[in-house]
Design a protein around this ligand. Structure first.
Ligand SMILES: [Zn+2]
Length: 162
């Protein structure tokens, strides 16, 4: 295993996020198995939430699929592996509230939880099955107005008031 993946595995063990992922997998009656790059796959997850085909907690990728189907879905597993790296970078479980805020921000702008969610964008929207949706029309109008204001000529610098 390459050094960055060893480090990710160690960090997510120490920060407790992998332990939390194992508990979530157990709660959903998923079967754990080892996967590449220090990841664990919890396959056959049975709880109704979250609705995503796969999600990640620490180094544990949890899915309703079986492990072979997830491994065969290469881009999705790569996407989830990037979320495992995000857990390590966020210090573990603080990633969850940060992710939820980012998902709410994305929803407010676009009506979609992934499109403008920084975690999903950095994990690869297409790999995760997300499309890059435009912002809501009201947001687009606001952005256009802000751009016009930003482009307006500013008062000359250094000119003294008379
Ligand atoms: Zn994702």
């Amino acid at each position: 295993m390459r050094a960055p993946y060893q480090a990710r595995r160690a960090v997510n063990l120490l920060n407790g996020s992998t332990a939390a992922g194992i508990l979530v997998a157990a709660a959903g009656r998923a079967r754990l198995s080892r996967a590449r790059d220090g990841l664990l796959i919890g396959a056959g997850y049975r709880l109704p939430v979250p609705v995503a085909p796969a999600f990640t907690v620490g180094n544990v990728v949890i899915t309703r699929m079986d492990a072979a189907a997830l491994a065969a879905a290469g881009p999705l597993l790569r996407h989830e592996a990037r979320h495992a790296t995000q857990y390590a970078c966020c210090g573990g479980l603080p990633m969850i509230p940060a992710y939820l805020l980012a998902a709410g921000w994305s929803w407010a702008l676009t009506g979609d939880f992934g499109t403008r969610n920084v975690f999903e964008r950095r994990a690869g929207l297409a790999d995760g099955g997300y499309s890059d949706r435009p912002v809501r029309p009201a947001v687009a109008r606001w952005q256009a107005r802000a751009a016009r204001l930003a482009g307006a000529p500013l008062p000359a610098a250094g000119r003294r008031a008379a």
